[in-house]
Design a protein around this ligand. Structure first.
Ligand code: CAA
Length: 391
């Protein structure tokens, strides 16, 4: 049998929303000690979408630089992972396909399993590329994380999209076999169709996450995966950055290792920079962790990164990826820093208005106010349809 090509992440581009609310502002308005946010959960600010932004506009903003760099000739599939879907039938990726002018000979589909969906997209894409290494798959993870005002989860909201081009001979990260899998039927976090905000049992969800980490690591090692010492860094799903710390401590304990702060910081410290300023971006969060790692860590050439993707409900997958020589020439640190820095800071009253904002659901025509300075916007609703446009 012919040797299989290396397949993985060839390009990775992130985008976020127009507004930002700092945790200082949130703490000043709800009376919390800001240290709880800064140190306790590791968050400094959260992205908040403008009324003319959503998962589609962020996804198109993330994917446009990928298409500009690599063209569309080899992209035959778009996988759009989200848990903040804008339609029950139509895949959000079709709007992105249209905004970016991709060829009609493209397969487009939307995937859902809470925050795990982006990893399902990545793994399905790898399978497609193995079937035909001349093809590339655009995997997009885009989410707006929203909890009810005053709930403990409120401080962990956020919004972002990550677009990844998956192909053979990748320029950034080769994704390896095996994967460790874990599924358990738990109700730690969910969002019924009739709600715009998620329901969560916060502390139960942390236990469920750690249980899933154990289960997927166990399956990974039983399938002949690498040993703990072979990893140079760990990218964990980050509902809030301190969760990466908790997860890595848990894994070290589970493996019978001594746990010390420097060891944990060395393993996860470089993965939290973007999530700390953006908040939870659900499906995109682990890949924002990867973006931060690739953009900010010392040379990672040849280093192996462990990935733990967790989606409440719950599904988890542990897998490894190795950073490719020359990857630095393909990262996007300036673009990512600019996306974070250009956000407009809002006060608490504006945040509350945006949090409550919802279009009427009567099928009428409702233009969205022109606010975002991003490249794409939601122009409004017309006859039950969402209308998107380049800005
Ligand atoms: N100074 C410093 N630290 C402080 C502090 C202070 N003044 N006050 C509290 N802290 C620390 C606490 O000790 C705690 O740290 P440890 O866990 O290390 O002990 C941390 O800050 C949080 O404090 P609490 O547990 O008291 O906070 P909380 O009750 O408000 O809940 C939360 C925190 C459960 C994360 C809540 O924000 C929440 O429900 N978030 C949404 C759910 C979530 O993110 N779950 C994660 C796993 S599920 C998942 O990963 C999927 C997903 O994306 C949702």
């Amino acid at each position: 049998m012919a040797e299989r090509p290396a397949v993985g992440i060839h390009d990775l581009s992130a985008a976020t929303a127009h507004h930002v609310l700092t945790h200082e502002t949130l703490a000043a308005s709800n009376g919390a000690d800001v240290a709880k946010y800064h140190r306790g959960i590791g968050l400094r600010a959260m992205s908040v979408p403008a009324p003319d932004e959503d998962i589609v506009t962020m996804a198109a903003a993330a994917a446009a630089p990928v298409v500009a760099r690599h063209g569309t000739d080899r992209i035959r599939t778009i996988v759009f992972a989200t848990e903040s879907s804008v339609d029950q039938a139509k895949a959000a990726g079709i709007h992105v396909h249209s905004l970016l002018g991709l060829p009609s000979a493209t397969r487009v589909v939307e995937l859902k399993q809470a925050c795990y969906g982006g990893t399902a997209g990545l793994q399905f894409a790898i399978g497609l590329v193995h079937r035909d290494p001349s093809q590339q798959v655009l995997v997009i993870a885009s989410d707006v994380s929203k909890y009810a005002l005053g709930e403990p989860g409120e401080a962990t909201q956020g919004a972002a999209a990550v677009a990844m081009l998956v192909g053979a001979d990748p320029a950034l990260v080769r994704v390896e076999d095996p994967s460790g899998m874990y599924t358990a039927d738990v109700m730690d976090f969910w969002r019924p169709n009739y709600r715009t905000t998620a329901l969560v049992d916060g502390h139960e969800s942390i236990s469920a996450y750690l249980q899933a980490l154990e289960g997927s690591w166990k399956d990974y090692t039983e399938r002949g995966g690498r040993t703990l010492d072979e990893f140079g860094a760990f990218c964990y799903h980050q509902p809030f950055p301190r969760m990466a710390d908790k997860a890595h401590r848990h894994l070290l304990n589970y493996c019978g290792r001594d746990v010390d702060d420097a060891l944990v910081a060395g393993a996860v410290g470089r993965t939290t920079a973007y999530n700390a300023e953006i908040g939870n971006s659900y499906t995109a969060s682990m890949y924002l962790g990867l973006a931060a790692l690739l953009d900010t860590a010392d040379d990672l050439t040849g280093r192996t990164v462990g990935f733990l993707s967790y989606g409440s409900g719950s599904v988890a997958e542990f897998f490894a990826g190795t950073v490719v020589p020359g990857y630095r020439a393909h990262t996007r640190p300036d673009q990512h820093r600019a996306a974070i820095d250009r956000r407009q800071e809002i006060d608490y009253a504006t945040y509350r208005e945006l949090h409550e904002h919802a279009f009427p659901v009567d099928g009428g025509d409702y233009p969205a106010p022109a606010v975002t300075t991003g490249p794409y916007r939601l122009a409004g609703l017309s006859g039950h349809k969402r209308v998107y446009e380049p800005r």
